[in-house]
Design a protein around this ligand. Sequence first.
Ligand SMILES: [Zn+2]
Length: 171
Amino acid sequence: MSCVCASLGDPAIVTLGDEGTAPFSTVHQRREPFDSISVVQCPTCGLAWLRGVDDSLHDVEVLRRLSAEELAAIANKDDWPPDLDTYDVMQLCREAGVRTVWRDPERGSLPAGSMPLASMTALWVMADIARQRPNTTVTALAEVLGLDRPTAAIIAEQAVQEKGVSIRLRK
Ligand SMILES: [Zn+2]
């Protein structure tokens, strides 16, 4: 029986909901704030993949093969490799030219003076990244989110105030 594994790149960027990887089952889930990361296994060939998800700006899962040693460290010691966090997944998407999808800011009525939904999304994403990688710079956040730096700086400052995360606002 054949499976999708042989046709997947390493790393592979797959659209969320793609049928090819749908049969994969989650065998390990990384704890908060890294809960966007898990280990999934192919039911056909048994191959284990590290999986990172970005369901806010790119709607993708990124998969990379795990070595037997890495898998054992996760299973036995809850010791995870450092990659495929939200920042990493977004950077891979940018490098691969995956289109960024900002939600429609026109949808739904917003109270006067509130932020457009796109900025809300940026705020949540920045907070997520900062929880996983404290002291990330505004410059790095602007780059990975595809925002100009002044805009990123305003949103980052708001993330620091409202979400209590640490971001390096002057770099
Ligand atoms: Zn497989």
